[in-house]
Design a protein around this ligand. Sequence first.
Ligand code: VG1
Ligand code: CO
Length: 543
Amino acid sequence: MSIRTVATQPFSDQKPGTSGLRKKVPVFQKPHYLENFVQSIFDSIAAPKGASLVLGGDGRYYNREAIQIILKMAAANGFGEVLVGCGGILSTPAASCVIRKYQTYGGIILSASHNPGGPKEDFGIKYNSSNGGPATETVTEAIFAKSKTISSYRILDAADVPLDQLGETTLGGMKVKVIDPVSDYAELMESLFDFAAIRTLLKGGFKIKFDAMHAVNGPYAKDILVMRLGAPESSLMNAVPLEDFGGGHPDPNLTYAHDLVEIMFGADAPDFGAASDGDGDRNMILGKRFFVTPSDSLALLAANATLVRGYAKGLAGVARSMPTSAAVDRVAKAMNIPCYETPTGWKFFGNLMDADKVTLCGEESFGTGSNHVREKDGLWAVLFWLNIVAARKQSVEEIVRGHWAKFGRNFYSRYDYEGLPTEAANGVMLHLRDSFASLTGKQFGKYTVGSCDDFSYTDPVDGSVSKDQGVRILFSDGSRIIFRLSGTGTEGATLRVYLEAYEVDASHHHLDAQEALKELIQIALRISELQTRTGRDQPTVIT
Ligand code: VG1
Ligand code: CO
């Protein structure tokens, strides 16, 4: 076995986005493409000789091939040990858990999350640091800089490593440990939640349905919900991971998790429904004929946290991404704990959690999590909800309505315009930025614009500044419209419009969100000139 140094040329498009580098599979299959990026990671993180690494992915198409390449490159770059999930599988939260538990130098996660998989679909790769969280912007910038000047990479000439059996093998001078992808994670869940109480709830006739969307969480749900908590096997759907997610879009929302939604809104619906995404870090929570918005879910977990063993001591603070509704801010205020607002999620939450500033955090994009790992965590959210339901002995709907009655309701919706010509999408953002002065103070029906800005964040821990993170139109009553370009898409540009209206009057809380937000939607379309500038009448997805 010998180490080969391969001459290569830089690619100009390896800038990591919101969550690593995501491209179509054929792009990753181009000669040297994956290798260049992996070498750029290794060169940037400067791991000491003999360091250990975690490696795994969501099992999508190209996962296995990529893992073999990365293992051989890790061996050639002086790593001493790689912990890899059996079959190449590790959900994103499980990878974070394993990095932390075994105190490895870092980890590489292969996933394009909720984007479709398959030979012509999406693939992705990201680096997580020793705290188990996504690399900070400083690190991803360094990786990008490397990728622009790279001239060679190192790889071991060796046969593929068997990945389907637990145990230890060697690759050159490096150990490869094939680990059970579920057990460390399941043990962590058992330490946080009252499994006995959830078991009793399920035994007592409380029916649940979990949709793994043919993605990575199938085996995790089977182990935890069925084997450990006693839910009948029929509680799971789409629980066998497939390389193409069964041709579906593994995004747990009302549009893409339609099979589950039909069951939860049908006759004889179960009491609780949930789904998770490609890599198992997102979650959607449903009650019987009832949808919980992710922003409300975060607020509710915070408000009820002390009912749950792992959080009984209280919360140090909470954090949400900027576009996430301010529902959790109201809970934080009532609990007298700090609430942080970051540009997006886990790239920024990690520092806050490491510094013990926050315990719970979340995003409107179906992501919630806590300091138990440094990623959002789909099944964790499901267990948290089940634990709350078991403790409160109320239905999901009763719990949410009670919350609104106490804190008011933040009506919320997100409109996504996917696959827009980049020029047109940039044009909308430019136009909005140019309109700040003329919009401020302007009245639209019952709404008055209090202020507008382009969100900027200064990390309170390391002082790093992230600018131009999205246009905010803030109304005097607390309502908001946010415009932002996605950093995870792989085709053209995706423009996201986030709408939030705060309603304190309980007699209006029963309204449908689209109905309650109707006026704000019209304002958003009018001030952005979105329809004329992009030629789109309708959003691709509404969540
Ligand atoms: C989206 C979400 C963001 C989330 C990111 C990664 O990013 O909006 O909230 O952190 O996906 O989630 P963007 O830049 O496309 O809006 V995951 O589950 O896709 O890794
Ligand atoms: Co995900």
